[in-house]
Design a protein around this ligand. Structure first.
Ligand code: ACO
Length: 154
């Protein structure tokens, strides 16, 4: 599977603050205020954290169009556990494709790349939470329903 012509995928950069990523994420949920300083500080923290095996804990990716503008984003966060002999679990988070770019397989490509990063980092599984309306999309990406999400909000 490859991206449609004109699109490319890469790791998030500190300079992406003004490159459309926050607009894309606003299609997923409330983004709120993220100043350039806050963006840089979060980016630095994500870039610094490493697993015991040296892989990145945070792995944010973006898909950009031919003008370099962010049109899709998502990340896989790798959790290091005590169980399963210090096993690693990937968590797919904050997947969003710009509303004008949906239906071009960008989301599917993004999930494939994020899942691969988790596998290469040594994860034995990758999990995610999604709404009922997105179940079919994740099934098309090879994921299966497992368990029930619980939450408490503050
Ligand atoms: N219901 C049923 N099928 C779907 C859906 C859906 N909601 N969305 C996509 N599909 C199917 C497509 O038809 C396609 O099928 P095909 O391979 O047989 O042609 C396949 O899934 C792949 O679709 P893509 O074109 O890759 O999907 P897209 O690029 O539009 O991205 C996404 C899907 C990410 C859900 C996008 O619609 C989006 O950003 N929605 C708003 C934000 C959102 O809900 N994000 C996911 C939150 S969950 C999380 O972050 C862990």
């Amino acid at each position: 599977m490859s991206l449609p012509s004109g699109y490319s995928i890469r790791e998030l950069k500190a300079s992406d603050h003004t490159n459309g990523i926050l607009d894309v994420l606003s299609g997923l949920t409330t983004v709120g205020t993220v100043t350039a300083n806050a963006f840089e500080s979060i980016f630095k923290q994500w870039s610094t954290l490493k697993l015991s095996n040296g892989s990145n804990v945070y792995n944010p990716l973006v898909i950009v169009d031919s003008n370099g503008k962010v049109v899709a984003t998502g990340m896989v966060f790798i959790e290091e556990k005590l169980i399963h002999s210090g096993g690693l679990v990937g968590h797919i988070e904050d997947i969003a494709v710009d509303s004008s770019q949906q239906g071009k397989s960008l989301g599917k490509f993004l999930i494939k790349e994020l899942s691969l990063i988790a596998k290469r980092s040594g994860a034995y599984k990758v999990i995610l939470d999604c709404s009922e309306s997105n179940v079919k999309f994740y099934e098309k990406c090879g994921y299966k329903e497992a368990g029930v999400e619980m939450q408490i909000r503050y």
